[in-house]
Structure formats: C-alpha cells, structure tokens
Ligand binder design. Structure first.
Ligand SMILES: C[S@@+](CC[C@H](N)C(=O)[O-])C[C@H]1O[C@@H](n2cnc3c(N)ncnc32)[C@H](O)[C@@H]1O
Length: 569
C-alpha cells in the first residue's frame, strides 16, 4: 500500500541551508591537515553515468564533476592514496581520449571555508533577491526577455562574430607553423576582421510561444502546492520548487493549458508528487510536444515502485479518460504515453519503460512541404517556422549542381529532416544518426514523403566513418548538425580525410571545438586539406534565450589556392 507523506514548506533560503548541511557532510573527517586531490583531465562533458561506471571500476566511488567540465576531482586522505590512483589512471584511454592526471594538496580548513563561503554567498544572494518567483523563473528560462527582440538579435549576431574571430585568432597562434601550414590558413592572417561574409542575422518568425517541445517537472510550488511547471533555481543548490509556466514567454498557450490540466490532475490524485530530495512520491515529470499541425503528444512520467499492479492499471485508465475529455479545455491529445521510471535521475529518460495509452505513439510535423513523424525521444527542432528558414538557407548554401551526381551526407540526421527536404535536388542522401528510434522515424519519414534515394545508418558517425570515406559520387556535400555538446573529433577528421567532400555546411549551436579542427592546417593528427569558412549567418531559433544557431559554410582549400598564397608572400 502506498504511504502518503507529509510535506513541509521550505523557502529557497531554507532549502539552500538544507543542501549546505547535507553536502558539507561529504568532506571526510580526518586528523590530517590536507585533502590530497587528483584532477583527472580529458574526460568528456556530460556522460556522467559512463564516467561513474568507469571510475568505479578503479575503486573510485566519489568524485566531483559538473556536466560541462572536462575534468573531475577525486579527494584522498593521504598523498600515497592519491599518487596510487594517478598511477592507475594516467595514460588510460577513455572515450577515445587519453587521461592525464594532476596532483594537488589543499588545506582542509581552507577547502571547507571556501565551500562554506560559496554557500553563504548563495544564501545572501537569495536573501537579497527582491524579484518575484515569476520574475526569477523568467530570468532563468528566458534570460534575454527584458531586452527588445531586435537587440537580442544584435547580441546573438555579435556573439557569432566573436566566435568566428576567436577561431581566426587561434589559428594564427598555433605553435610551430611552417610556411606551408601558414599558407593553408592564410585567410586567418588577413587583417581587419573576418575575411568572409557574415550575413545579417535571421530573426525567428515567431518570438513568443514558439517552443513545440516542453519538459515540465511535477513537484511543489514555493507554497508547497502540487505544481506542474519549471524547476525554480538549481536542483544542485538544493532548490526544488516548481513554478507554473504561465508567465514564460517561450511556452505556447496549448502547452500552458496542458501543464495546468496535469496540475489539476495531480492535485486531485490520491498519490503525492515526487520529492527530488527524499526520492519519494509518484508524479515526476511530463513532456509535451504540441506541433504546428495541431498534433499533441503528452508523456507522463511516474515512479511506480510504491504502487501495486492494480493501482497502476487503475491509474492508466484514469489518465486515458482524463486526457480524452480535455476538449473542453481546447486540448486535443493525439498521443498519450506513460513512462515508468523508478531510478534516481530526474527528467524524461530513455531508460524508463514507455507505454502508449492513446494514439500511435507519435506526433507529426510539416516542414517545407514534407511531413515528419516524431517519436517522443527523437530530436526535432523546437521552433518550426524558424527551422524552415534554417533549412532553406542550408539548402541554398549547399548549392547543388543539377548537372552533376551529388551525394548529400546528412551527418547527425535525427529524424532525417534536412536530407528529406533536400532529397529532390541530389542523386542520393546518406543519413547517419546514433539514436536508433530517430532512424526508424527517418526511414518512415522518407517513405511517407515518397522519397527513395535515401539510405540511413543507425550509428555514431565516428563508428561509420567508412560511409563517409567510401562515398565516391561526382560531388559530395556534407551537412553536419551536431548536438550542443559537439561531435567527436574523429568525425571531423573523417570529413577532412575524404577529399571528395569539397563543402561542409555546419549547423552549430556551439561552434567551439569542431570548428577549430575543420580549419587547422594539415598535421599528423589532422590529415587532408583544411577547410576555410566562406560565409556565416546566425539564425535565431530560440528567442529570449542566449541560444542561437550559427550556420557556417566551409569550403575546402584548393591546392592551387594554397600555392598562390605562398607565391604572393
Ligand atoms: C542538433 S540534432 C540535429 C538533428 C537533425 N539534423 C535535425 O535538424 O532535426 C543532433 C543530432 O545528432 C545526434 N548525434 C549526436 N552525436 C552523434 C554522433 N556522434 N553520431 C551520430 N549522431 C549523433 C543526436 O542524437 C541528434 O539527433
């Protein structure tokens, strides 16, 4: 039988204090003065569960690593312990990178003090914060909402240019450049800004309510009421209050109505909402995909370990009935999914067991006259009209010559959108994507759009490099659309080492690492002639947020071009 819990209402400051008391307990008590730290470098960003498993195989049960860090800290009571671990980890290959370790001894008192000071700063910040909860949430999820849209666009444009300038500068600062290498990156030595065109930024046709996909947390409001919305503050700071998305500019009305309807449901429910700190309760989170076609997919996630089989069956029937009767709130659910997830990690996860309760399990969207089926887990751009502008520009820059046999490599193809919208202009499309469900969608999408000249591979691009290097059509154009945390350097190397690829259209939400590897001169590690950026444009898919897509056209440096530059010098 399910145990109902009582809940106390905690202010953000009280929640911070709770986090502080639990976290500081993790610093081990010992009579020695120092904490002996091993810094492990060259780890991947994110991938925390793989890192945890890997380090645990070396006997490390505790380490400190933020998802965006490329390093982790492991603390030891003694220097010998630390040095022993360094011996074990130094030079080990993990995720195709060689680990490097560094040792440092940190004064225990100072370490503790530093940690506590940081926590105090956070508390003071929270205490002095005069913003309303709604304002804080708006600042968190749409940090640019206070400035007019045209200024947001200018800001993003400048950020794009700053990225490009940074890479230009970095090329000139590379060590040991000989004349031949310099000639390959002669564009980077040109004075006075960027020696290629950066177009005016392209605005999103819709500025508010553009997000077709929203993930909501089910938890408690600052007043303690069951609420469906966004988590206010950071979970790692111990703040776990949830606020309704009603005042969030980027959330469409339909998704706000759905969050409110789910909130009514959980408030009426005999089961409690999930508490992220106690790891108890039933209702955890929900995902909404509300497409421009009018299709609506809802995925409700619950923790079922405290429910009997009979209770679960009853709850499923109740959910079906509830969502089928939401027409009165102008909510027409075309697919309802239930995800059972009893694990500790928060958010919708592919590790959960997902069952379709209403509909066929998909939603459909239309882009540039093509129809696409999307499953709940597959990536799909969240701003449909702006995506049409992005894909149109991408196709324009691919500049397919109709008189030649061209292969389009759609690398990181998701549900196949880019390749399918361009399939009519090329001899064939090859799509590679690591999420196998997305490839199932991509194949169904090609069929639905009567497209026969596509071939898909469900794989990491770096593991199907042969597909890239073996492509020998007259012309090969690659579109590379990696996720925010980038793509493996072997992918870039494979593209570089395939001489028939003369052009790459790079769609980037974070141009950092990948770009450098495209443009750096030929070396033992990066074989093949480099590319040089030839034009770029920012396309805003995410108004009111810091994010923006940067479309970059890279063209291969021609041998003649390189010689000419050398002679001019
Ligand atoms: C930004 S999305 C782009 C998807 C698609 N081009 C679109 O516009 O809908 C990036 C995609 O890359 C996939 N991905 C990430 N790393 C990958 C890798 N190493 N190999 C293949 N696919 C990858 C993700 O699963 C995701 O579907």
């Amino acid at each position: 039988m399910l145990r109902l819990r009582s809940f106390s209402v905690a202010s953000p400051v009280a929640q911070l204090l709770r986090a502080m008391s639990t976290t500081s307990a993790t610093v081990s008590e010992s009579s020695s003065t120092y904490i002996h730290r091993v810094k492990v470098l060259n780890l991947p960003t994110h991938e925390n569960s793989a890192i945890k498993k890997f380090l645990s195989s070396y006997g490390v049960e505790r380490f400190k690593k933020a998802p965006k860090w490329r390093y982790a800290f492991i603390n030891f009571e003694t220097e010998e312990g630390a040095r022993e671990m360094m011996k074990k980890l130094e030079g080990v290959d993990f995720k195709k990178k060689t680990l490097v370790t560094e040792y440092s001894a940190v004064n225990k008192e100072q370490f503790r003090e530093r940690f506590q000071n940081k926590q105090k700063e956070k508390i003071e910040e929270a205490e002095n914060d005069t913003r309303t909860h709604a304002e804080r949430l708006a600042d968190q999820v749409t940090p640019l909402h206070r400035i007019p849209y045209h200024e947001q666009l200018t800001k993003k444009h400048k950020t794009g240019i700053a990225h490009l300038n940074k890479f230009k500068r970095r090329m000139t600062q590379l060590q040991d450049l000989n004349d031949a290498s310099k000639a390959q990156i002669a564009w980077a030595f040109e004075k006075n800004g960027l020696p290629f065109e950066v177009l005016d930024p392209i605005a999103s046709p819709e500025i508010n309510g553009y997000r077709t996909k929203c993930e909501f947390t089910i938890g408690r409001s600052p007043e303690g009421d069951p609420t469906v919305g966004f988590l206010l503050g950071l979970y790692r700071h111990g703040i776990t209050s949830v606020l309704s998305p009603d005042d969030c500019l980027h959330v469409p009305d339909i998704s706000k109505r759905i969050a409110n309807a789910m909130q009514d449901y959980v408030r009426e429910s005999e089961y409690p909402v999930y508490d992220r700190v106690d790891k108890a309760g039933v209702w955890r989170s929900m995902m909404v995909k509300a497409q421009k076609t009018g299709d609506v997919l809802i995925l409700v996630q619950l923790k079922a370990s405290d429910l009997t089989e009979e209770q679960l069956v009853k709850e499923k029937a109740k959910l079906i009935e509830y969502w089928k009767n939401q027409n009165k709130n102008k909510i027409n659910v075309t697919t309802l999914l239930l995800q059972i997830w009893d694990g500790d990690s928060n958010g919708i996860t592919e590790k959960g067991h997902t069952e379709t309760l209403i509909g066929d399990g998909y939603v459909y969207e239309e882009i540039l006259g093509c129809r696409f089926r999307l499953s709940s887990s597959a990536f799909f751009q969240v701003n449909t009209p702006a995506t049409e502008l992005l894909y149109t520009k991408c196709a324009e820059w691919c500049n397919i010559d109709k008189n030649r046999k061209t292969t389009l490599l759609d690398l990181c193809c998701g549900t196949g959108t880019i390749g399918i919208t361009m399939a009519g202009t090329v001899d064939r499309v090859i799509g590679i994507e690591m999420i196998s469900d997305a490839i199932v969608d991509a194949k169904a999408n090609a069929e639905m759009n009567n497209i026969g000249n596509v071939q898909y591979h469900a794989s990491k691009v770096e593991e199907r490099i042969d597909v890239v290097t073996n492509e020998k059509n007259e012309e090969v154009v690659a579109v590379l659309d990696p996720p925010r945390n980038g793509v493996h350097s072997t992918v870039i190397r494979a593209v570089r080492e395939s001489p028939q690829i003369r052009k790459v259209i790079f769609i980037s939400c974070d141009a950092n690492q990948a770009m450098q590897n495209f443009i750096r001169p030929t070396s033992n590690r990066f074989k093949g002639m480099p590319f040089r950026p030839s034009r770029a444009v920012s396309i805003d898919l995410f108004p009111h947020t810091e994010h923006c897509e940067l479309l970059i056209e890279f063209v291969r440096i021609e041998e003649e071009e390189e010689k000419e530059v050398t002679q001019q010098e």
